[in-house]
Design a protein around this ligand. Structure first.
Ligand SMILES: Cc1cc2nc3c(=O)[nH]c(=O)nc-3n(C[C@H](O)[C@H](O)[C@H](O)COP(=O)(O)OP(=O)(O)OC[C@H]3O[C@@H](n4cnc5c(N)ncnc54)[C@H](O)[C@@H]3O)c2cc1C
Length: 503
């Protein structure tokens, strides 16, 4: 805010006091972005968040996808910048490593890194995190509007249209209800005749003008769809569904309120092409996620249709879990099957006035635990760019798009690859040995042998740079190994020759 230069702002015809930034989506990325904006630009812009759901602070209903998630350094760094990391850490549960439940019943902990150096993940309820962010937004002066779903945007005038999610319960004396309008999605133009049509209102639409629009409306982003329709060939979009799906189950706290398993790790039951994981919640429970193919494999959701099939599956592969979930059958058949997908698009921005962040720009699969961390990092980087370019939105958004796209693509690939590591390799002794060597080498020679997992999870090194650093380290390691092998061979040959001669 201190560095903001109004003269460079490309918004015409508006007084400073009437400037407005609208964030579409009040989920994790949207709420954090609103907070960053309020802190940096709050005195020159009105910051509004429009969220299609009800205020989560009033309802414990549907919480989104997973009930809890793992935060790591990137997410916490962003939260720290807005002064929230301590509060979030205080309600989370630290996880110092992976707790592997082997098929033979053996349990072992594989540390993530060095816990004394802060190298641990924090398991936190998505709902609680969202509420903390929304409370902070309100304190910072962000205007929060719930039950307002963005249905369209007039891109030539930057006017957003919000549908009431339910038939409105608005107070006519304080709230403005716009007449019903219809939208020509193909050409993304408001039909003027419709604006005149004030009668027979079947639902209500609020119109809001904004100088800058932040699309933080998640994986099925409406803002992204509108951009795609409008910019057509200049916008690339790709969406891929995985054959792997998931169901969530809960391990309740024991009657005394304590955890039924060791709480400070991310539990994994790796079983090759399917796995079960469990993250601790601060109330003593665990949220388990069962990842399996929807169809096509002997062990798949399609093949678990009866109580007997379910109990067979758990007896064969997750036997130690059965006593921990007494109502397993009920939970399993009540929990919906959720799909996993990743999306990629380009560019993330439109001119100097619209930008996509979080899952709206780049949804990734959850196997590296980085989706939310990536989204929070988006907010921090966007804030840094606003400062760097003194609020020149054209430069801010262009640079944001360029730098975030290449990094998001890298973590999207790593997240896909990590499924195999979690589901298969964590149970392999060879993998374990390699990982122990890697951790030790990266501790002794952090520059020569950086560990990818540590760079991704416990630093803010851009994902792209993390991969190149590791590749460089690996090639140095390989050269070092080859040189040592050659030297050892030469020394052995020479030794044998000397022995031969003396004999
Ligand atoms: C099973 C699973 C486990 C995961 N685990 C982790 C993890 O351990 N660590 C991690 O970092 N990430 C994890 N993730 C990823 C993480 O959940 C997402 O990356 C993160 O939620 C993205 O936040 P977001 O705000 O961009 O999107 P969302 O959280 O989806 O929020 C989007 C918001 O926009 C609102 N909205 C949608 N459309 C509109 C509209 N038209 N108008 C107004 N509002 C709208 C929605 O109601 C929602 O509140 C996991 C994901 C899954 C599926």
């Amino acid at each position: 805010m201190e560095h903001f230069d109004y003269s460079k702002s490309s918004v015409d015809g508006l007084q400073a006091s009437s400037r407005r930034i609208v964030v579409v989506g009040g989920g994790l990325a949207g709420a954090l972005e609103g907070l960053f904006l309020a802190k940096r630009l709050g005195s020159s812009y009105e910051i509004k968040i429009y969220e299609k759901r009800e205020d989560p602070r009033l309802h414990w209903g549907e919480s989104g996808r997973s009930i809890n998630l793992a935060l790591s350094t990137r997410g916490l760094t962003a939260l720290d910048k807005v002064g929230l990391s301590k509060e979030v850490l205080s309600v989370g549960v630290p996880m110092y490593g992976r707790g592997i439940h082997h098929s033979n019943g053996r349990f072992e902990i594989q540390p993530y890194g060095f816990s004394q150096k802060g190298e641990f993940l924090t398991s936190i309820s998505r709902h609680v995190l969202n509420c903390i962010l929304l409370n902070a937004c309100e304190r910072a002066g962000v205007v929060l509007c719930f039950k307002k779903a963005c249905s369209s945007i007039d891109l030539s005038n930057n006017i957003l249209y919000f549908e009431e999610s339910e038939v409105p319960a608005l107070n006519p004396t304080t709230d403005t209800i716009e007449p019903q309008v219809s939208w020509d999605f193909a050409s993304s133009k408001l039909l003027e005749s419709d604006i005149q049509r004030t009668s027979d209102v079947s639902y209500n639409i609020n119109m809001v003008k904004a100088d800058v629009i932040i699309g933080a409306d998640g994986v099925f982003s409406r803002v992204r769809q509108i951009l795609e329709n409008y910019t057509k060939s200049k916008f690339n979009y790709n969406q891929v569904y995985l054959p792997t799906c998931y169901k969530e189950l809960t391990i309740s706290p024991s009657p005394s309120g304590s955890y039924a398993m060791y709480p400070n790790c991310l539990h994994i039951w790796p079983r090759g092409h399917f796995m079960l994981i469990a993250l601790p919640n601060s109330d003593g429970s665990f949220t388990c996620t069962l990842f399996m193919d929807e169809d096509g494999c002997p062990v798949s959701f399609k093949n678990i249709e009866t109580n007997e099939q379910l109990l067979n599956l758990f007896t064969c592969y997750f036997n130690d879990v059965i006593p921990l979930i007494p109502d397993l059958v009920k939970q399993y058949f009540q929990s919906p099957i959720s799909f996993l997908l990743y999306t990629q698009c380009e560019p993330y921005h439109f001119e100097n006035r619209i930008v996509l962040i979080g899952d709206a720009a780049h949804a990734i699969v959850p196997f590296y635990g980085q989706g939310c961390n990536l989204a929070f990092e988006d907010c921090r980087i966007l804030d840094e760019l606003i400062e760097l370019h003194s609020g020149n939105w054209c430069d801010v958004l262009k640079h944001f798009s360029q730098s975030r796209k290449s990094n998001a693509d890298v973590i999207a690939r790593l997240a896909l690859e990590n499924y195999m590591e979690m589901a298969q390799k964590t149970s392999s002794r060879l993998f374990l040995l390699k990982r122990r060597i890697q951790i030790t080498l990266s501790e002794w020679f952090p520059n020569a042998f950086p560990s990818l997992y540590r760079l991704v999870s416990f630093t803010n090194v851009p994902y792209r740079d993390a991969v190149s650093l590791v590749e460089k380290g690996n090639s140095v390691f390989r050269k070092y190994l080859i040189c040592s092998l050659c030297l050892t061979t030469l020394a052995s040959v020479y030794g044998i020759k000397c022995l031969w001669r003396t004999n």
